[in-house]
Design a protein around this ligand. Structure first.
Ligand SMILES: Nc1ncnc2c1ncn2[C@@H]1O[C@H](COP(=O)(O)OP(=O)(O)OP(=O)(O)O)[C@@H](O)[C@H]1O
Ligand SMILES: O=c1[nH]c(=O)c2[nH+]cn([C@@H]3O[C@H](COP(=O)(O)O)[C@@H](O)[C@H]3O)c2[nH]1
Ligand SMILES: NC(=O)CC[C@H](N)C(=O)O
Ligand SMILES: [Mg+2]
Length: 514
């Protein structure tokens, strides 16, 4: 497909996924690549613009992440953000050094409204800063277009070459007019038309999948979650009954979830799908016996999923394609996009075994962020209730039980989680919290119940608010609700004598515990 594209070059900063999301919110497609990507490859993509992200290095250090001068001579507009701005200045002959005053947090910036970047921005505007170094002297040919009381070059431009350097972070929502600035870059500077729209995406993807599959048979890994439900409905539109959906109950689902998924997607539900439910508890538990290390658990579950799909495909016969509901953050967090470190191997990406017995894996949503998947779902006519479900990770309770997984522990966390979800719904909070669940810590501690000493497990409750699941804040749940949940859990769930509330954000924690 020949859609217009912005390329984001990743220097390892923590907000880099956000840069891509914000650009897409402007209806312009964009992708993230590592700074190590060959410049020839970037030229081949023929992007409308390039954005250089922030990063942890200092440009003047030995071995700092860098880019070639040629990048600025391609005639393609470039926007450097923070480290990217410093790098642009450094490579083009400006001077970057340690700043006398480090800026961190919300800072008032004065901008030059005659710049294309700031035309519709207030002259004094609050921006998010996070830097120790600064551009002491802009590169030759550049003009200063913003400053703060401590930072003489908060932004600079070379209008003629369409090069822009910004010291702050327009991608972070704390930068009040950041989206306007990014929008100005992609529309006013790069001249994008804004062709990234969900209706077109859905239509084009259905067409492309139909062409690829031809008369072949397709198996879709369906969890009942948002991503694979959207993928399944899309595939059904593309190839009709050449599609079979396989739902695996691996014994690590939430309480009653298996039956609920079957109700929606099974023969009595509203979707006319070939649906197979595989009850595979025993084999997953057997493979996980004695395994404590999180990444190994993830890989074991990822591999076992595939083995089940392969077996089902053999029973159907002549299945060439496996469809998964993989989305962009799964890819990035598994260490396969940009410069991100492997945070955790998502079972469907980094956790995949080396050999998979299908001719091809189709992932129609691989380029989308979660909020875009939801839009695609609505576009396909999937009910809001399903589209706005909270996500549930494929490895399921396997990564919500710290340490070894046993049937007994699964039962404990299922019961505790069901109580938690029920009380959250009773309190009317289920639509407002992004994701919430109970996890079983591997910690036992002393308690007293009915005058007797107990030595039992602690359940941790987690609830986070997030837009994109890449960063998150702990949700503030009324004390009264937490109190009710905790007393019900210790009363109703055997072998739990303590309930903890996790109030860490992401970063530094992740949403899941493993
Ligand atoms: N129990 C399962 N049975 C079959 N396929 C599964 C199962 N769990 C996960 N998968 C596959 O792995 C993919 C990734 O799982 P993931 O949890 O990220 O997505 P999802 O379940 O579709 O959506 P959500 O993120 O909303 O839970 C799914 O899209 C699906 O293809
Ligand atoms: O399908 C999935 N397979 C996985 O292996 C996996 N790990 C995390 N998650 C979900 O991703 C989001 C971010 O989670 P973390 O902050 O724990 O990385 C949260 O929504 C998690 O529930 C997964 N989903
Ligand atoms: N956030 C950043 O990109 C920081 C860039 C550089 N390391 C500085 O401290 O100035
Ligand atoms: Mg899921």
């Amino acid at each position: 497909m020949n859609r217009e594209k912005i390329v984001v070059i990743d220097f390892g900063g923590q907000y880099n996924q956000l840069v891509a999301r914000r650009v897409r919110e402007c209806n312009v497609y964009c992708e993230i690549y590592s700074y190590k990507t060959d410049i020839e490859k970037i030229k081949e993509m023929n992007p409308k613009g390039i954005i250089l992200t922030g990063g942890p290095n200092s440009v003047y250090e030995e071995g700092a992440a860098t880019c070639s001068k040629e990048l600025f001579e391609l005639g393609i507009p470039v926007l450097g953000l923070c480290y990217g701005a410093q790098l642009m200045s450094h490579v083009l002959g400006g001077h970057v050094c340690k700043a006398p005053v480090r800026e961190y947090g919300k800072i008032e910036v004065t901008v030059d409204k005659s710049s294309k970047l700031f035309g519709n921005v207030s002259e004094k505007t609050i921006c998010w800063m996070s830097h120790n170094d600064y551009i002491e002297k802009e590169a030759p040919g550049f003009k200063i277009i913003a400053h703060t009381s401590d930072c003489p070059v908060a932004a600079a431009e070379c209008e003629e070459k369409k090069l822009y350097a910004i010291q702050f972070h327009p991608e972070v929502l704390h930068t009040v007019e950041g989206t306007k600035m990014l929008s100005n870059f992609v529309y006013e500077v790069c001249g994008c038309a804004g062709d990234w729209k969900m209706d077109a995406f859905v239509e084009n993807t259905i067409k492309a999948v139909r062409e690829k599959v031809g008369k072949g048979k397709v198996l879709c890994a369906l969890s009942g979650g948002v991503d694979s439900s959207v993928a399944a409905v899309m595939l059904a539109k593309a190839v009709g009954d050449q599609l079979t959906c396989v739902f695996v109950d691996h014994g690590l689902l939430r309480k009653n979830e298996g039956d609920e998924v079957e109700e929606v997607f099974g023969p009595n539900g509203p979707y006319n799908l070939n649906f197979i439910r595989v009850n595979a508890q025993e084999r997953f538990y057997a493979k996980l016996k004695g395994v404590e290390e999180p990444e190994r658990k993830r890989k074991i579950i990822g591999e076992e999923f595939i083995r089940v799909f392969e077996e089902e495909a053999k029973k159907i016969g002549a299945v060439d394609f496996l469809v998964q509901g993989t989305i962009y953050p799964d890819v990035v967090e598994s260490g396969l996009g940009g410069e991100s470190a492997v945070i955790k191997s998502h079972h469907n990406v980094g956790g995949l075994p080396d050999y998979v017995d299908f001719k091809e894996i189709i992932e129609p949503l691989r380029d989308l962020f979660k909020d875009e998947v939801r839009k695609a779902g609505l576009e396909l006519g999937i009910p809001e209730k399903l589209v706005y479900r909270q996500p549930f990770p494929g490895p399921g309770l396997g990564i919500r039980i710290i340490g070894e997984v046993t049937a007994e522990k699964v039962k404990m966390v299922q019961e505790a989680d069901a109580i938690y979800r029920e009380e959250i719904a009773n309190a009317g909070l289920d639509r407002s919290i992004g994701q919430y669940f109970a996890a079983l810590t591997n910690m036992r501690s002393v308690g007293v119940m009915g005058d007797e000493r107990t030595y039992d497990y602690a359940i941790a409750l987690r609830a986070v608010n997030t837009i994109d699941f890449m960063t998150a804040e702990a949700a503030e749940i009324p004390w009264e609700v937490l109190g009710r949940v905790s007393s019900r859990i210790v009363n109703e769930v055997k072998h739990v004598n303590r309930v903890l509330y996790d109030c860490t954000g992401k970063p530094p924690a992740t949403i899941e515990f493993e």
